[in-house]
Design a protein around this ligand. Structure first.
Ligand code: FAD
Length: 380
């Protein structure tokens, strides 16, 4: 059996689900497809920064596992701690099974169709075929939102030049007194792993604790780093745990469109290169592709022109600055620590503004850094 839609989206993560929501809202016939059945676990810290949350024009209270107006940032083995605070939830806590399912439900309310338990196995001349059924789907536009490994972009013949970094996360249940202590704040610990950081994100009844290394060629002993990090947090007893390792793409692909296929979210390499936070740019790219399809009347050439123009304006510049800044931040730790000791509060405030969506990373960071250090040490 063959079914036709204007748009077929592969992936019900935040990029695909939010693309479906925005397309369905515009009355564009859309199917969103996933190999899993919702709700499904997704390896993720579930830290939703406000720049992502504020894009959602519906209530997400029912699935929230916490929200934090203050962020705690520590640097391992250094006497450095920043706690920027705002009147808004800088970071909200979600579990991705219920968050992603909610986004899909919102898309369905506007008429998007959901096809679950359907793994895309081939794309030929704009027709999708599946692993476990005879069904075929034909669409004018195909949106590939299938995450970091993005098997479907390979099937579609995309060249892959994204940089993928490793991350490991533990979902842990700890004794009540440890949970009481650690559930009061959302924290990042720079250098909990070399070239990276650790995070401790409190959920309703457990902690999501993990480490990420923002460099692929680093010697990666994520399990060791994560266990040491948990000890550093004061966690000596774990009641239950599940460990999940995965990758996060932190540089964008050169090719974002091929024939009638468009990549978004992790499949495109849109996660933030400094903190590897990927949900907000996944949502943003979902919104942008929906705008492009609507403005392009689902015609491939026009949609391509609008999509590339919008991502090149609203997404890629910040990623490019982030890539350079991340290199400086994680690879020049002595200068960075000197800088953080003197001017860390300013940097933490700027990062908070980025999380809120009020600012981007500074493009002239090297010049600013030199000026600030000169001013700070001029009295010495
Ligand atoms: C350990 C770890 C911690 C992280 N923590 C955070 C965090 O705290 N905050 C944050 O913002 N980001 C975090 N990220 C990054 C974030 O998880 C991703 O950037 C985000 O999930 C990207 O969303 P997406 O929609 O592009 O893809 P995904 O969420 O990966 O969704 C892809 C979907 O495609 C489906 N799919 C795949 N292949 C097929 C196929 N062949 N056919 C049909 N369906 C298919 C999958 O089942 C999946 O549902 C973390 C990542 C990791 C690995």
């Amino acid at each position: 059996m063959k079914k036709n839609y204007e748009v077929a989206i592969i992936g019900t993560g935040p990029s695909g689900a939010f693309a479906a929501y925005n397309l369905a809202k515009k009355g564009i016939s859309t199917v969103v497809i996933d190999k899993e059945t919702l709700p499904r676990y997704k390896i993720c810290g579930g830290g939703l920064v406000y720049r992502g949350r504020k894009m959602l024009d519906f209530d997400i209270d029912e699935i929230l596992e916490g929200q934090f107006n203050q962020v705690d940032i520590f640097v391992k083995d250094k006497d450095v701690h920043f706690s920027p605070e705002r009147d808004l939830p800088v970071i909200s806590m979600v579990m991705r099974d219920s968050f992603d399912e909610l986004l899909v439900k919102k898309a369905q309310e506007f008429g998007a169709e959901l096809l679950q338990n359907s793994e895309v196995k081939s794309i030929e001349n704009g027709v999708l075929k599946f692993a476990n059924s005879e069904l075929e789907i034909e669409a004018k536009i195909i949106v590939i939102a299938d995450g970091a490994l993005s098997p479907v972009s390979k099937l579609a013949g995309f060249k892959d030049d994204r940089l993928l970094i490793p991350a490991l996360e533990y979902e842990i249940e700890v004794p009540k007194e440890d949970f009481e202590k650690l559930s009061k704040s959302v924290r990042f610990d720079i250098d909990a792993a070399p070239f990276g950081y650790g995070w401790c994100f409190p959920k309703n009844n457990h902690l999501s604790v993990g480490v990420g290394v923002l460099k692929t060629k680093a010697k990666v002993k994520l399990k060791d780093y994560c266990e040491t990090y948990m000890k550093d947090l004061g966690i000596n007893t774990i009641i239950s745990e599940s460990a999940h390792g995965f990758v996060i793409p932190i540089t964008p692909r050169t090719d974002l469109v091929k024939d009638n296929c468009f990549v978004i979210g992790d499949a495109a390499g849109f996660a933030d290169p400094i903190v590897a936070e990927g949900i907000s740019n996944a949502l943003l790219s979902g919104k942008i592709i929906a705008e492009a399809i609507a403005e392009g009347n689902s015609e491939v050439e026009k949609t391509k022109e609008v999509y590339l123009q919008k991502v090149n304006e609203r997404l890629i510049p910040e990623l490019k600055i982030g890539i350079k800044l991340a290199k400086f931040f994680y690879e020049n730790t002595s200068i960075r620590n000197l800088f953080l000791k003197k001017l860390g509060p300013l940097a933490a405030e700027r990062l908070t503004e980025v999380f809120l969506g009020n600012a981007t990373y500074p493009s002239d960071y090297k010049k600013k850094l030199q000026e600030k250090l000169k001013m700070t040490f001029s009295w010495m």
